[in-house]
Design a protein around this ligand. Structure first.
Ligand SMILES: C[S@@+](CC[C@H](N)C(=O)[O-])C[C@H]1O[C@@H](n2cnc3c(N)ncnc32)[C@H](O)[C@@H]1O
Length: 182
C-alpha cells in the first residue's frame, strides 16, 4: 500500500468536467453521490463546489492514506475494496476515475494499475454497479486508450447502457469518459 494518495491529474479534471456539466443541468441538487476511489477527495471537493450537500456525498477508497485525507472534507468516507463495505446504499450518481493501466508495462501502483491486464478493477466495478444505482441513476467512468476493452463485455452482460461522452488526447494516450446507465 502506498504511503501517499493520488494527486489530481488530467484524468481527474476530465471526469470532473463531465460531472460538473451533468450536475449543473439538474433541477434539484438533492442527489446521493458516491465518489469511488476518492484519492485526495478531489471529485468530492468539486461535487461540494457544484452544489451537492456534504451529507449526500459518500467516498470510498482502498488506500488508508486517501481515506485519512478525504475525511478532512467532513463527508462520509469508507475504506473499501470497491463496493465491498458499501452495503445497503444506493446512489443517483457514481463517479469513478479508476486505476486503468496494465500493471506490468507501466506500474504496479494501486492508484493507476488496474490489474495485470489493466481492466480488472473496472470489470469488478461494473459487475456490481447496477446494485448500487437508484432508478434513473448514472455513473461516470474514466478509461484510457491503454485500457484493454474486455470490461465492455461486462457492461453488455449486465445489460447496462453506455456511451462515450468525452475524449482527450494526452501525450501517448487518449482519455475517455463514459456515461453508464441502467
Ligand atoms: C486514478 S486515482 C483517482 C483519484 C481521484 N478520484 C481523482 O480523480 O483524482 C484511483 C483511485 O482508486 C483507488 N483504488 C484503487 N483500487 C481500488 C479498489 N479496489 N477499491 C477502491 N478504491 C480503489 C486508488 O487508491 C486511487 O485513490
Amino acid at each position: 500500500m502506498p504511503v501517499y494518495f493520488y494527486q489530481p491529474a488530467e484524468d481527474s479534471y476530465l471526469i470532473s468536467d463531465c460531472v460538473k456539466k451533468y450536475v449543473y443541468k439538474l433541477k434539484s441538487k438533492k442527489i446521493k453521490v458516491l465518489d469511488m476511489g476518492t484519492g485526495s477527495g478531489f471529485q468530492s471537493k468539486n461535487l461540494i463546489n457544484f452544489g451537492i450537500k456534504k451529507e449526500n456525498i459518500s467516498a470510498a477508497d482502498i488506500n488508508a492514506y486517501a481515506i485519512r485525507e478525504a475525511k478532512k472534507l467532513k463527508i462520509s468516507v469508507i475504506k473499501s475494496d470497491l463496493f465491498d463495505k458499501i452495503k445497503n446504499k444506493k446512489f443517483n450518481l457514481i463517479v469513478f476515475n479508476p486505476p486503468y493501466l496494465p500493471e506490468d508495462k507501466y506500474d504496479k501502483e494501486i492508484d493507476t494499475a488496474g490489474g495485470k491486464r489493466g481492466d480488472e478493477i473496472i470489470t469488478r466495478f461494473i459487475q456490481d454497479l447496477k446494485s448500487y444505482l437508484l432508478p434513473g441513476g448514472i455513473c461516470f467512468l474514466l478509461t484510457s486508450s491503454l485500457t484493454p476493452n474486455s470490461w465492455k463485455k461486462e457492461v453488455k452482460k449486465q445489460k447496462l447502457n453506455m456511451k462515450k461522452i468525452k475524449t482527450k488526447n494526452i501525450f501517448f494516450e487518449k482519455l475517455y469518459v463514459w456515461e453508464i446507465r441502467v
